[in-house]
Structures are given as C-alpha cells and as structure tokens.
Design a protein around this ligand. Structure first.
Ligand SMILES: [Zn+2]
Ligand SMILES: [Zn+2]
Length: 237
C-alpha cells in the first residue's frame, strides 16, 4: 500500500487501515458502503458487536463483513427496529389513555351496579391494550436481536473463512469488538450447524475454519432451524 492510500483525505493523517482512518474514522471504498442508505460512510460502535451507520443510523457490520447474508439480516434487523419504534408509540398512547380513563372513572364512580361494570370496562380496556402493545414491542425487539445475531454469524463465518488455518475465539472477539465468550458462542453455533470445522492445534488452541465448498449465502435458510436448536439447548440446561 502506498503513502497515498494510507493518507486520509479527510484529516490528512497517515492512518488509513483497510479503508478506515484510525484518527478521524473517515471511511473510503466499497467495503464501507452502507446497505441501507448506500453512502460510503464510517460506522459507530454501539456496544459489543453492535455498529450503526454514521449517516443513517442503520445497523452495519464493519467493512461489510458477512457479505449478502449479513446484508439481508441487517435489513431485517432495521425493519424490526422500525416496527418496534412504531409499536412503542402505540403502547405509550394506550398507556396514557389508560391513566386518563382510570382517573375519569375514579372521579365519576357511578352508584348503580351496571354503571360500575361499565366504568370498570372503560378503565381496564385501555390498560389491557397497553399491555398487549407492550408485548408486541418486545416481540419486534426480539426479532431485531435475532436478525443481528444472524448478521454476526455471517460476519464470524466470513472471518473464519478468510483466516488460513482457522480463527480462535479470542481473535474473533478482537475483530468483532466483543468478549471472547461471546465470540466463542458464535463460533460454537456455526460449528453445531456445520458451518465451521473445529481443529485443535498442537498449541491446544481451538480454531474454527470454513471448508471452501461452504458458501455463506446458502446457509441463511438454516437459520430458522438454528434458532430452534438453541432454544432447545437452553431448555435442557
Ligand atoms: Zn482521517
Ligand atoms: Zn447508512
């Protein structure tokens, strides 16, 4: 790589590695194109294994890791996030309505039994709807989490495939900015579904590699089965 490719066009620092400036974060090159807003833009870390586009705020993988499988999962994640936000608004509105209805009923508590039953229904109805809307928010949030996990799995698989001799959980953790245990869980899940192969080297290090014939794209269909299996595993514990 020449000096020109290392020099950041934004801040002038000679700190560009893999298209990203180490000083100001300016990104260049197709690998840093956002799948949502299509801008070549840097990402912002939002926690272990979580990044968002600096331009549109959509979920991203660093350097476009995971290819089309990750892009599909990230699009699903973004849609689920939007759905959760929309439903959160609905839950909040029903919550406010429930409080108002309860206050109104408390102030004008009727003497007749039929009136009491009616008043209770008016007070309880919005509260039940608020609870139900809250459940819908949680469901969408869970869908977003699951989609993000699929994107991370695709990224982990791509990294395992790119590294000759396979990748260790510590190496993956460093690349995906997450604790080694979390990286280990991702690699284990890939291995369980034959997306990676496990080798223990002479140094007793566990490495995960990807056979050349396994393509990332064709593995997305297995995700449904994968998440079910994880559920069963949890239930057994
Ligand atoms: Zn810079
Ligand atoms: Zn974007």
């Amino acid at each position: 790589m020449g000096a020109a490719e290392k020099t950041c066009p934004a801040c002038g620092a000679e700190a560009v590695v893999d298209g990203v400036c180490g000083r100001c974060g300016y990104a260049q090159g197709e690998a840093h194109r956002c799948p949502h807003c299509k801008a070549v833009a840097r990402i912002e870390g939002k926690g272990p294994g979580v990044w968002v586009c600096a331009v549109c705020g959509g979920p991203r993988m660093p350097g476009g890791l995971g290819g089309s499988a990750a892009v599909k999962a990230l699009a699903e994640e973004r849609a689920a996030h939007a759905e959760a936000t929309k439903k959160r608004l609905g839950a909040w509105a029903w919550g406010v309505f429930a409080v108002v209805a309860t206050l109104a009923v408390a102030l004008a508590w009727p003497a007749a039994l039929v009136g009491k039953i009616l008043a209770l229904a008016i007070a309880i109805g919005p509260a039940l709807l608020a609870v139900r809307a809250g459940g819908a928010v949680a469901k969408s949030a869970k869908e977003a989490d699951e989609a993000h996990e699929r994107a991370l799995l695709a990224a982990a698989q791509a990294l395992a495939a790119a590294k000759e001799g396979g990748i260790t959980a510590a190496e993956l953790g460093a690349r995906l900015e997450m604790p080694e245990e979390r990286a280990d869980a991702l690699l284990t899940q890939l291995a369980v579904h034959d997306r990676t192969r496990i080798d223990v080297g002479d140094d007793a290090e566990v490495r995960y590699s990807v056979a050349p014939e396994i393509r990332v794209g064709e593995l997305l269909d297995e995700e449904e089965a994968a998440s079910e299996d994880v559920g069963e595993k949890k239930a057994v514990r």
